[in-house]
Design a protein. Structure first.
Length: 96
């Protein structure tokens, strides 16, 4: 095996990368929707307060997505992605 092949990052197949993109898109849609839903109860926020709400909500989404993203990347690297990808798509009702 050549050293270039050993040094290169694992290639994520299109099924996994598409699922990752759909998963992130789904969570971002929920995040924006929930911020919009509670916007009236928050009152008039200053720009710095808006930034805090955005940062907090994005941070929560990133934390929640850490495990599913890591799992999908790990199974992709091991060429065992089909069942896991299908399961994630079903759980989160993602487009196929």
């Amino acid at each position: 095996m050549s050293s270039a092949k050993l040094d290169s990052p694992p290639v994520v197949d299109s099924e996994v990368s598409g699922t990752l993109a759909s998963l992130r898109e789904r969570f971002e849609t929920v995040r924006r929707s929930e911020i919009h839903r509670v916007r009236g109860r928050l009152g008039n926020l200053r720009s710095d307060q808006e930034d805090v709400v955005e940062s907090l909500s994005r941070g929560i989404i990133e934390k929640v997505l850490q495990a599913p993203v890591a799992m999908l990347l790990n199974v992709a690297a091991a060429n065992e992605s089909s069942l896991i990808v299908e399961t994630v798509r079903r759980i989160f009702k993602l487009r196929t």
